[in-house]
Design a protein around this ligand. Structure first.
Ligand SMILES: *Cc1c(COP(=O)(O)O)cnc(C)c1O
Length: 365
């Protein structure tokens, strides 16, 4: 069986380093907000090319605490419209509704599945105050054009970079384009902890301070509470794991790119549409997503040939029970994406031999 993602095999490569890092934390006797978190925050800010990084408990909190901080800073208020791609993972939208802001779902570009500039521009109203730019599947959005559009309309841009650690346009990485970016380090992400973890990157000092306080009961200083905050902190143990994994991120991205290149050049089947890549240098291949009108049959046939695949995602947010108010709305591009997508095995665990087997199975179907 060729597994979709083999976390055990990936982390086993770094077993000695991970054990040493865990031992260092255990021996320190300090488990919350210590030197590991501080070290990781500096290293990850440096990696992304942003001034500040704030560790939080998970990716959803990274997004929702940023929006909350902008509310506390008077930059957003309840009911403000926030543009978000209709085909994103639901967490991008949960962060908006959790803050009583109004998500405005926008159809993505059919080819890249990322925000479409024209449709984004058309969705802007006098009430629009922010855009959540999701770098879906690991492909970065057209950030220079998107930032220009945002500047014209004085909009805040929050990158949802949960799938795009290390993706870049030129030298500039995801996490350094928007006014802030939310990252997830969920174990299956390209930079994965050994549990839940997340972070925000930004160049704005006031925003960084506000998020840090909000995630720590609303407190900058012990016993002084400025906001009705929450508890959302990155643990020392996860920060220590992430410092190890960050050192290997670029090699892992290289492995993912090799597998993707192999798939792109060797899968050749008129019934299967390969992913559209705006620029091969910008993609970090969190997911390799093909499209097929007979997706379910394809998945079944691949399973019979020992190839494990997943669907990202089966049901779009506007058709989920959680968002019943949207059930009468239609987003044809989004719906067709959800009906046709299939994610092939992708990750640094794959050998070229396994990639060959996947491509052969795809071509025989
Ligand atoms: C994973 C993911 C999130 C949420 O991150 P968690 O750490 O699981 O909370 C948000 N947005 C996108 C696009 C994701 O893929």
């Amino acid at each position: 069986m060729i597994s979709f993602l083999d976390l055990k095999a990936i982390n086993a490569q770094y077993q000695d380093e991970l054990v040493a890092a865990a031992t260092r934390v255990i021996d320190s006797g300090w488990y919350i907000q210590g030197t590991e978190v501080k070290g990781f925050e500096e290293e990850f800010a440096d990696y992304c090319g942003s001034k500040y990084c704030i560790g939080v408990a998970n990716g959803l909190d990274a997004l929702s605490l940023t929006l909350r901080a902008w509310k506390e800073m008077g930059k957003l208020k309840e009911g403000d419209e926030v543009i978000v791609p209709a085909n994103t993972y639901i967490a991008s939208i949960l962060a908006i509704t959790e803050n009583r802001l109004k998500p405005v779902l926008v159809e993505p570009d059919e080819a890249t599945c990322n925000l479409c500039l024209e449709k984004t521009a058309a969705a802007i109203t006098p009430n629009t105050k922010a855009i959540v730019a999701v770098h879906l599947y690991g492909q970065i959005c057209p950030m220079p054009e998107l930032m220009e559009l945002a500047e014209e309309h004085a909009l805040l841009v929050l990158e949802d970079a949960a799938q795009a650690h290390g993706a870049s346009i030129g030298e500039r990485k995801a996490g350094s384009w928007g006014h802030a970016a939310g990252f997830s380090f969920y174990p299956g992400k390209n930079l994965g902890a050994l549990g839940d973890a997340g972070a925000v990157t930004t160049d704005n000092e006031e925003l960084a301070k506000t998020i840090r306080a909000l995630g720590n009961y609303g407190s900058h200083k012990k016993y002084e509470n400025l906001y009705q905050g929450v508890n959302s902190r990155l643990d020392e143990i996860q920060a220590a794991m992430l410092r190890v994994k960050l050192r290997h991120l670029d090699e892992e991205i290289k492995c993912r790119r090799k597998v993707a290149e192999y798939y792109l050049t060797n899968i050749d089947n008129p019934n299967i549409q390969l992913p559209t890549v705006a620029d091969r240098e910008t993609h970090v291949w969190h997911l390799f997503v093909v499209r097929s009108g007979q997706r379910d049959v394809l998945q079944q046939q691949l399973a019979e040939q020992g190839v494990q695949t997943l669907i990202h995602y089966l049901v779009p947010p506007h058709q989920q029970k959680a968002y019943e108010n949207w059930h009468t709305e239609h987003y044809p591009v989004t719906e067709s994406i959800h009906q046709t997508v299939l994610s092939l095995p992708m990750g640094p665990h794959l050998t070229l031999e396994q990639a060959t087997q996947v491509a052969e199975a795809m071509n025989l179907i």
